[in-house]
Ligand binder design. Structure first.
Ligand code: SF4
Ligand code: SF4
Ligand code: SF4
Length: 593
């Protein structure tokens, strides 16, 4: 049977077919749908979100050592969080098969940096497979588990946004039961004290030699001979782009991207006049192949190392190299491409906090989540955003050196706080920082689509679970000044921030309105603008609510009056609180003259 599946859905299907016992993740674009599909479509596979990627990785390690096949998925920056157990697990090796799916986000569609996680496979000395289609995403996942058990190693399946999200036909297979393993005590393998770790490092080096031989034989590294004297070494989505542009060249497709099949590569290079290496982001393969002595290969100088590749970029590179004579540019209809900068949704509970912070003019250390959009015009209310959980630490440091004369406030979402903000708050308490922290609690991991986390009271598989009480947690960490408030009450938010910034020691303000989109869209009675009362002062425009637009009516200075789109307005009331002439009123209160 065949199905049309995205790469992420195909990985979920592969996990089912491979008899995975446990799948675990923290949501992050572009990887999120793997676990969501498992929970929705394959409830036979136990799946869970963990509070962060490090914990997720450790849970998966436990499952593997316990004898089950374990799948751990995350976006590229997630592996930075999980890097500590990841590097050491490469030493211990596995019991049940273990695959880590790392989904990179070239071009940073939804990420704070653009890193090439293929380098992590080399860094940890583990094998890496890189699919170039949905079918390969499934097949390589299944093979990854077999390789993991065969070589006693975690295996990385490296995907990128376009492989994760693009759909393709996938042949479905039956479940292949993995080996029925149980936990066997073996501290010399699993307890990485230095005496054991030194021996295991030798094992890792020996394993890498075996994997090099395997790379020469695996059918995932395949030569496509089209009779050309020009050869392309490529893999992943770059293979699809290059094939689309130049189908008649010869190809060495690297489905197993680390370690490299150097003999196969040498043969391929020697049998062609010119060799191009087409790969996204870093010159990962190019450097290794040049380091092996093949200095004639060409790559990054034509295709670049920044941002996402595309057929057009590959075509331009091949034209510059003299391989093709012309590039057909895509034709876009200008009408379809209206630019739309990202903004907080109408009625977003974060808006009130950002309005207050902007008014106060304080330094605001930000974090990863929807609220990072507070940096956009016209709110301009964020000054930093480094990585998950960084805002509190950033604020502690800035406050200590008095970097901002008006003071420093850290903002962090509920899911991010649980992910890695708690330790930052512990630091603030321990070192008695005078920092003020706003936990923007919207009861969801909203940015990735509203997933559960430890404070929502539900698991990934829909079971009820105890809901973490953020107020009690913050108090238990030693914070004496804790305030919970309604972020739609602008004056209350403003005055509370002012008060807490003047209070010595760390303060925490927790906002208590849910995301207006999740789990169900909140739509209260909308507000409207009485254009006769509206003076076109523009105050409501500056709160950046997408429901508020400029009307065709203007005041005597030619400034536009405001108009509210009733289909978007959630009735949050924030605009009414900044309108001097009280021209904004509930629809039912508006009486047309
Ligand atoms: S999804 Fe929810 S939290 Fe995110 S911007 Fe929209 S309303 Fe705000
Ligand atoms: S009440 Fe005002 S700020 Fe709130 S959603 Fe409606 S238009 Fe936007
Ligand atoms: S804040 Fe009030 S008066 Fe000013 S533009 Fe908006 S609706 Fe008009």
């Amino acid at each position: 049977m065949r199905e049309l599946l995205s790469g992420n859905e195909a990985v979920a299907r592969g996990a089912y077919e491979a008899g995975v016992a446990l799948a675990v993740s923290y949501p992050g674009t572009p990887s999120t749908e793997i676990l969501e599909t498992l929970a929705d479509v394959f409830p036979q596979v136990y799946s869970q979100w963990s509070p962060n990627e490090k914990v997720a990785f450790e849970v998966a390690i436990g499952a593997s050592i316990g004898g089950g096949r374990a799948l751990c998925t995350m976006k590229h920056v997630g592996l930075n969080v999980a890097a500590d157990p990841f590097m050491t697990f490469a030493y211990t090796g596995v019991n049940g098969g273990f695959v880590i799916v790392s989904c990179d986000d070239p071009e940073m569609h939804s990420s704070q940096n653009e890193q090439d996680n293929r380098t992590y496979a080399k860094f940890a000395a583990i094998p890496m497979l890189n699919p170039s289609s949905s079918q390969e995403s499934k097949d390589m996942l299944v093979t990854g588990f077999e390789m993991s058990e065969m070589f006693d190693t975690p295996v990385m399946l490296h995907m990128t946004t376009r492989i994760s999200h693009a759909k393709g036909i996938v042949e479905l297979n039956d479940v292949v039961a993995g080996p029925n393993k149980k936990f066997i005590k073996d501290p010399s393998k699993y307890v990485m004290i230095p005496t054991n770790a030194r021996k295991r490092h030798v094992v890792v080096a020996e394993r890498m030699e075996k994997l090099r031989h395997f790379a020469e034989e695996t059918p995932f590294n395949v030569v496509e001979n089209n009779g050309s004297k020009i050869g392309v070494i490529t893999g992943g989505v770059s293979y699809q782009y290059t094939k689309e542009v130049a189908p008649d060249l010869d190809y060495l497709k690297l489905g197993m991207g680390f370690p490299l099949p150097m003999k196969k590569i040498e043969q391929f290079i020697k049998s062609h006049d010119r060799i191009f290496i087409v790969e996204e982001l870093e010159p990962f393969w190019e450097e290794m192949i040049k380091a092996a002595g093949f200095l004639q290969v060409e790559g990054k100088k034509y295709f670049g190392a920044l941002g996402e590749l595309s057929p057009i970029r590959v075509a331009h590179g091949l034209k510059e190299a003299g391989v093709i004579s012309s590039v057909t540019e895509p034709v876009y209809s200008a009408g379809d491409m209206f630019p739309r900068p990202p903004v907080l949704c109408p009625g977003c509970p974060h808006r009130g906090a950002f309005m207050a912070l902007k008014k106060l003019g304080v330094a605001v250390t930000g974090d990863i989540g929807c609220y990072t959009l507070g940096v956009m015009e016209p709110l301009n209310a964020l000054d930093t955003c480094i990585c998950m959980g960084a805002s509190i630490g950033n604020a502690i440091g800035m406050e200590r050196v008095k970097g901002s004369e008006k003071g420093t406030v850290a903002v962090i979402g509920d899911s991010t706080f649980v992910h890695s903000g708690i330790t930052g708050l512990l630091d603030a308490v321990w070192n008695q920082s005078n920092v003020t922290i706003i936990i923007l609690d919207n009861r969801a991991t909203a940015m990735t689509g509203g997933q559960q986390h430890p404070a929502t009271g539900k698991t990934l598989m829909g079971a009820d679970s105890p809901s973490l009480n953020l107020v009690e947690l913050v108090k238990a960490l030693g914070v004496k000044n804790v305030k919970e408030l309604d972020p739609y009450d602008f004056d209350l938010v403003l005055n509370t921030i002012k008060t807490e910034m003047e209070t010595p020691g760390p303060s925490v303000i927790i906002t208590n309105r849910p995301c207006v989109l999740m789990p169900v869209r909140i739509m209260n009675e909308p507000y409207v603008v009485d254009s006769e009362l509206c003076t076109a002062c523009g105050a409501c425009f500056r709160i950046s609510c997408p429901a508020i637009a400029a009307s065709h009516e203007t005041n005597k200075h030619g400034h536009p009056k405001a108009l509210i789109d009733e289909t978007l307005c959630t009735g949050c009331t924030l605009c009414t609180q900044v309108c001097p002439p009280e021209a904004i009123m509930l629809k039912s209160h508006f009486v047309k003259a």
